[in-house]
Design a protein around this ligand. Structure first.
Ligand code: AP5
Ligand code: ZN
Ligand code: ZN
Length: 232
């Protein structure tokens, strides 16, 4: 399966990802997580991405398409993947579509008919899960979030507290808050979502692969909804 998770900041993409990943044995490709580790490691990519991320703006399409292209080549992604936080612009959506079709049709399958190939264009993504939610709920989710940077696991002081306050359940390592998880930066992130990413939702709706989730519900209810969509 090739899945895309799309939704505003704090809508629960990162929270639902591990459930889907384990159930379907897919790899989880979260551009936000990858960019944050690049920033922490001060790699050339991280240095280029930091300013936009701190302001809550989108990083350039070229940079994120580059990291996704690399990440999709991992052998663990053979069974399929979950794209979390990507694509976020129509340009990214079109790029990912051509990356996947290259993988599918060049090489051993290059004898496939051209019309078959065109038919596949743009539908290489099996399902796009839209984490639909009202903006007003998101500030509380974002400002209460704590993450374990190494694994990407997230917690919430009120909605998903760790077993020991301030520490990761699995490794016991300390939790941190994301630099962009302030009420102020959230405003820019939401603006980027409404201006740029909502067009990607329309794009996938037209392709007929969009599924709506009620992301305002408690995490377990959202999980049930996700499972229903994926088994249908
Ligand atoms: P990214 O890391 O992708 O951030 P985001 O899209 O803003 O999404 P979040 O991670 O904030 O939200 P989430 O939906 O994963 O929420 P979570 O499940 O953790 O991107 C960060 C930055 O990187 C961007 O601003 C941009 O600069 C750059 N970037 C990344 N990808 C890019 C791209 N493709 N192009 C350009 N730039 C890119 O949940 C949030 C909190 O709520 C948690 O504490 C959780 O415990 C809690 N919670 C979750 N679900 C529920 C629920 N159902 N009920 C109650 N609480 C819940
Ligand atoms: Zn996330
Ligand atoms: Zn909007």
């Amino acid at each position: 399966k090739r899945l895309v998770l799309i939704g505003p900041p704090g809508s629960g993409k990162g929270t639902q990802s591990p459930v889907i990943k384990d159930e379907y044995c897919l790899c989880h490709l979260a551009t936000g997580d990858m960019l944050r580790s690049a920033v922490a490691a001060k790699t050339p990519l991280g240095i280029k991405a930091k300013e936009a991320m701190d302001k809550g703006e989108l990083v350039s399409d070229d940079l994120v398409v580059g990291i996704i292209n690399e990440a999709m080549k991992k052998p663990s992604c053979e069974k399929g993947f979950i794209l979390d936080g990507f694509p976020r612009t129509v340009v990214q959506a079109e790029k990912v579509s051509s990356l996947i079709s290259n993988d599918m049709f060049i090489g051993e399958k290059k004898l496939i008919q051209l019309d078959e190939m065109l038919e596949k264009q743009g539908t290489e993504i099996d399902k796009v899960l839209n984490f639909a939610i009202d903006d007003s709920i998101l500030e509380e989710r974002i400002t209460g979030r704590w993450i374990h940077p190494a694994s990407g696991r997230s917690y919430h002081t009120k909605f998903a507290p760790p077993k020991v306050y301030g520490f990761d359940d699995v490794t016991g390592e300390p939790l941190i808050q994301r630099k962009d998880d302030t009420a102020q930066v959230l405003k820019s992130r939401l603006e980027a979502f409404h201006k740029q990413t909502e067009l990607v939702i329309d794009y996938y709706a037209k392709k007929g692969v969009l599924a709506q989730l009620h992301a305002e519900n408690p995490p377990k209810e959202v999980t049930v909804e996700v499972q229903k969509v994926l088994s249908s």
